[in-house]
Design a protein around this ligand. Structure first.
Ligand code: AP5
Ligand code: MG
Ligand code: ZN
Length: 219
């Protein structure tokens, strides 16, 4: 049976950083709904045009658009063995839609626990590569030359929604709409919480260990 891993956590908690590593380690596709939307924005597709106003203001894109895009993506051959979800689900209707689609397959849910103050620091210093989408940080994970990607030499840029007011709005939206999923998955015995306020490698080790430990028993 395929393996489906869900990474939960606030905006800037480190989902993308960890999902890339987990995907490589486990041989699973890394699916970030945020990255999929940004690709649609870049290519100026109809979906990208619909998503833009929500993303730029830090609000969630409507469920129907996200769910359709996600199910379309995970139907691709590279997801046959499973995938690591980064940024999905983010609302209860999204979680219910995924649950219905997975049927008997129970996902493994890992929650990256990071305080709001730390999230603000992470988002404000984040830099992304235009070439290969690698995630850097001006202080916490700096490339050897400022503004240039170590991996591919590409130019680094700052995300539109990493401005301070937008980060604050994303945090509000997270607490109102996404944080309840911690309870949703805990109640199903599927969630493991991991301290996300350590170095990326330490967090990664804990995530791998949590997955190796097997599903959590419900009482
Ligand atoms: P999305 O792209 O998913 O943004 P997000 O959830 O806000 O999360 P981020 O990508 O900002 O953070 P991350 O947790 O991936 O952290 P990262 O690893 O980069 O979504 C963007 C928008 O798209 C949403 O606002 C919404 O509009 C829309 N959208 C997407 N999915 C949707 C859905 N399902 N439903 C509705 N709308 C949706 O790390 C952050 C920074 O910290 C980096 O600089 C990194 O280098 C650094 N860092 C990472 N780990 C560490 C560490 N351990 N120590 C120090 N620094 C670290
Ligand atoms: Mg991300
Ligand atoms: Zn790059």
């Amino acid at each position: 049976m395929a393996t489906v891993v869900i990474l939960l956590g606030g905006p800037g908690a480190g989902k993308g950083t960890q999902a890339v590593r987990l995907g490589e380690k486990l041989g699973l596709a890394h699916i970030s709904t945020g990255d999929l939307f940004r690709e649609n924005l870049k290519n100026d597709t109809p979906l990208g045009r619909q998503a833009r106003e929500f993303m730029d203001s830090g609000r969630l894109v409507p469920d129907s658009l996200v769910i359709e895009m996600l199910f379309d993506r995970v139907a691709a051959p590279d997801c046959a063995n499973g995938y690591v979800l980064d940024g999905f689900p983010r609302t209860e209707p999204q979680a219910l839609a995924l649950e219905a689609a997975l049927g008997d397959l129970k996902p493994r849910v890992l929650n990256l626990e990071v305080a709001d103050e730390v999230i603000v620091q992470r988002a404000s210093g984040r830099r992304l590569c235009r070439g290969c989408s690698a995630i850097w940080h001006a202080t916490f994970n700096a490339p050897s030359k400022a503004g240039v990607c170590d991996t591919c030499g590409g130019e680094l840029y700052q995300r539109e929604d990493d401005q301070e007011e937008v980060v604050q709005e994303r945090l509000n939206v997270y607490h109102a709409q996404t944080a309840p999923l911690v309870e949703f998955y805990s109640a199903r015995g599927l969630l493991v919480g991991v301290d996300g306020e350590r170095s990326p490698s330490e967090v990664n080790e804990s995530l791998v260990a949590a997955l190796a430990a097997g599903p959590v028993e419900t009482n």
